[in-house]
Design a protein around this ligand. Structure first.
Ligand code: SIN
Length: 194
């Protein structure tokens, strides 16, 4: 289901008067930075884990065959690695549109590799949004991803792009890498059957 969050995000004016704001990306915002930024730095946030629990009916799937993309779930003591971008508040228009299917802006502490930190923004899709799909075994998630495609391309390319980007950052993510492993197995089975 679709859950357009643009107007709710516009009402979040916390950083509107700032000259610049740190945005933390943990999904496609790591590997697809289609917006202007002043600076970018590898970073992490604490107390959150990345999960392929959000449905994508508008980018990496369709209403009939939704894909799965990542969101964050609260997870005490966990860290989630990603990329932080220093942006100007004008970029919110583009980001709110891009993340409109269920994601809300939330302010959080972002920790950089030199251990300094800054308050910034993440886009998070909580279980209250209509596009939320929730947990499933990694193998089932891989099967769903293998079949899904939307206006932004194949859902598999989102998963593989994220896995490559995390390796480039030198970061582990057992959930993401396990889904990638299942997808590669599925692809190998399909090739054998051809
Ligand atoms: C993010 O990348 O930070 C949000 C989720 C996504 O757009 O994939």
């Amino acid at each position: 289901m679709s859950d357009n969050t643009i107007s709710r995000n516009k009402a979040m004016t916390k950083f509107d008067q700032h000259d610049s704001v740190w945005l933390f990306g943990y999904g496609s915002l790591i590997f697809k930075a289609d917006f202007p930024f002043i600076e970018r730095r590898p970073a992490h946030i604490v107390g959150w884990s990345r999960r392929f629990w959000q449905g994508s009916h508008d980018h990496r799937g369709t209403v009939q065959a939704p894909g799965r993309v990542v969101t964050l779930i609260q997870d005490e003591g966990a860290t989630c690695a990603g990329m932080a971008y220093l942006i100007t508040p004008e970029v919110f228009d583009h980001l709110d549109y891009r993340e409109k299917n269920g994601y809300l802006r939330l302010s959080t502490d972002i920790i950089f590799e030199d251990h300094s930190s800054a308050e910034g923004l993440i886009y998070i899709a909580t279980e209250e949004n209509a596009a939320f799909l929730g947990p499933a075994p990694e193998r089932d998630i891989a099967r769903q991803i293998a079949k899904a495609e939307g206006p932004s391309g194949r859902n598999a390319d989102y998963l593989l792009g994220l896995a490559v980007a995390l390796r480039e950052l030198g970061k582990e993510d057992a959930h993401v890498f396990e889904i990638e492993r299942h997808l590669q197995l599925l692809n190998a089975i399909n090739q054998d059957a051809e």
